[in-house]
Design a protein around this ligand. Structure first.
Ligand code: PEP
Ligand code: MG
Length: 578
């Protein structure tokens, strides 16, 4: 028996015989060509592009019926396929280097893939998978290689592969592929999104799973914990079979919860909302019972492009989101560029301490032209649904006032232009700096709500760079300092009768649900699929119990005491699915 640990990206347990998916292209031929062959090579390229387009449209058509929303990924694939810059570069390389088209194409595609892989923002870095997927298809068509098709499988199998593209994942039949595991990949890739949409348990990032398996091996995939077990012993197999049954029961229970309100046994109501990084993720919201979008990150508009997004482009995207999610709210966070996210079009100077630098609202206040364009777009989209605005990285009242002043100017301009907007749309401040947390009482007087961004609040309070793995052990939401800050923020907000949500990752961790509930949080915003479990915990306790829990948690001196207390409490009350 061998047990491997990777990243569980799609929950559930499955067991079955393994099927090793081989990459059909082992190497790409590279050879010189004569000038006279150039037009023939360009012709082959055009044909391969057309064939690839047809293939993508065909898969899109197939997935549409069942997973219409997920099929939008293929619109992205079509955009990549038709990307003028990429096509131009391929033809330029073909002409300059006089090499065969496969070799020219593979070189340019790799350049784009590498550029994406180096982006710091995880969700954009993962989009490299889409470019890989499309370029693999083009190469197959250039080389006229038949891809191994997962739709042709005869038996139920666990697929093991180096990597799986979103389209390969989408073409899996749930009756045949009962789970999959790959060497590479991350949580936010489209492949992972697809796996979750298809409800196929999946573990990625295993590094070398393809070389650890042999034909006829029996494999267990634990997509919740991220384990892959090769040839389990009898005891392990039995234990996993029992867990599988328990999970089925738990899942049925969770689905019943979908349409039930998120409230404690004694009636305290909490809103559970979704975090969104890309507009296409809106599709996942209703499935898990989210009550709107609690954090709509807008950086995707600005990254990976040479120009700035205009008002119309943003307006139409915000309008669609507002309409789709209505009557639930969409809380749009204004641009949070800087830190680990850079936009090429903004040409910001490199800084020694970017997380302490020209970031978020600081950048927006220095570039009111860019800021106002976004505010105007949000305002104009506001009559189409329930939009709210929140400013990131507010460090004190002056910044909040300055931002609100620009918002006022934007409103005045729209009035003169006779453009509609909701004058009463709520405007909130993210509380993610210690200075904002300490002055929450002052900020609460001039804002409609708070949203606690714990990813940054923890980083700045414990002085620990959130992306530096060497000090990751210090990144502790349960640190007594963080608990005290959260308590103060909520208390200050409620004193001024404004509501508080939390949208950092801490909000998605079930082990903090009771604490946050007990401290009086009004809304939690997280990845959509984390919502059902959170709802189950909240519905399983009383507000009174949660308040007791929070009081006790805040009485401890160390992080460990807090986490031990939480673990024991959850275990005794059977609040977590172990
Ligand atoms: C946060 O800091 O908690 C947050 C939600 O914002 P981001 O992760 O985008 O910085
Ligand atoms: Mg933040």
């Amino acid at each position: 028996m061998v047990k491997l640990e990777g990243i569980g990206v799609s929950p559930g347990i499955a067991m079955g015989e393994m099927y090793l998916l081989k990459n059909a292209i082992s190497s790409i031929p590279s050879y010189s060509i004569e000038k006279s062959q150039l037009s023939g090579e360009i012709d082959r390229f055009k044909k391969a592009l057309i064939k690839t387009e047809n293939e993508i449209r065909e898969i899109q058509g197939k997935v549409k019926g069942e997973f219409r929303k997920e099929a939008r990924i293929f619109d992205v694939h079509l955009l990549i396929l038709k990307d003028k810059r990429m096509i131009r570069e391929v033809i330029q390389r073909l002409r300059e280097k006089r090499v065969n088209i496969e070799s020219a194409f593979a070189f340019v595609a790799q350049k784009f893939i590498t550029a994406f892989a180096q982006i710091d923002a995880e969700y954009l870095r993962e989009r490299k998978v889409d470019i890989e997927d499309v370029s693999k298809r083009v190469l197959h068509n250039l080389l006229e290689v038949q891809r191994e098709s997962l739709s042709q499988l005869k038996e139920k199998v666990v697929v093991i592969a180096h990597s799986l593209s979103p389209s390969e994942t989408a073409s899996m039949s749930r009756d045949k592929v009962i789970a999959f595991a790959t060497n590479v990949g991350g949580k936010t890739s489209h492949t992972a999104i697809m796996a979750r949409a298809l409800e196929i348990p999946a573990v990625v990032g295993l590094k070398d799973v393809t070389s650890r398996v042999q034909s006829e091996d029996l494999i267990i995939i634990d997509g919740s914990k991220g384990f892959v077990i090769i040839n389990p012993d009898e005891e392990t197999l039995e234990s996993y079979k029992r867990q599988q049954e328990d999970l089925l029961v738990a899942k049925r229970e969770l689905l019943i919860l979908k349409n039930l309100p998120c409230q404690t046994k004694d009636g305290r109501r909490i809103k559970l909302r979704s975090n969104i990084e890309l507009p296409q993720e809106i599709a996942h919201i209703p499935f898990y019972g989210a009550e709107g979008i609690g954090l709509y990150r807008t950086e995707f508009f600005y990254l990976n492009r040479q120009d700035l997004p205009g008002e119309e482009e943003q307006y139409s995207s915000y309008k669609t989101a507002a309409e789709k999610v209505n009557p639930y709210p969409v809380i749009i966070r204004t641009l949070d560029i800087g830190g680990d996210k850079f936009a090429s079009s903004l040409q910001a100077p490199s800084e020694l301490n970017p997380f302490l630098g020209w970031r978020a609202i600081r950048f927006c206040l220095a570039r009111p032209d860019i800021f106002k364009t976004q505010l105007r777009a949000i305002l104009r989209a506001s009559p189409f649904g329930n939009l709210k605005i929140m400013y990131p990285m507010i460090s004190g009242i002056e910044e909040l006032r300055k931002a609100n002043f620009i918002l006022k100017e934007a409103k005045a301009e729209l009035k003169i232009e006779e453009k509609d907007f909701n004058n009463d749309l709520e405007v909130g401040a993210m509380i993610e700096t210690p200075s904002a947390a300490m002055t929450a009482d002052i900020l609460a007087k001039e804002t409609d709500f708070f949203s606690i961004g714990t990813n940054d609040l923890i980083q700045y309070s414990i002085a620990i760079d959130r992306i530096n793995e060497k000090i990751a052990y210090l990144y502790e939401p349960a640190h007594p300092a963080i608990l005290r800050l959260i308590k103060n923020i909520i208390k200050a907000a409620h004193k001024e009768k404004i509501w508080v949500e939390m949208c950092g990752e801490m909000a998605a961790d079930p082990s903090f649900a009771l604490l946050l509930l007990g401290l009086g949080i009004d809304a939690l915003s997280m990845s959509p699929f984390a919502i059902p479990e959170m709802k189950k915990i909240i519905r399983g306790v009383t507000f009174q119990e949660a308040k007791e829990f929070a009081k006790n948690a805040l009485s401890f001196e160390t992080t460990k005491e807090v986490t031990d207390y939480a673990r024991t409490f959850y275990k005794e009350r059977k609040l977590l699915n172990e």
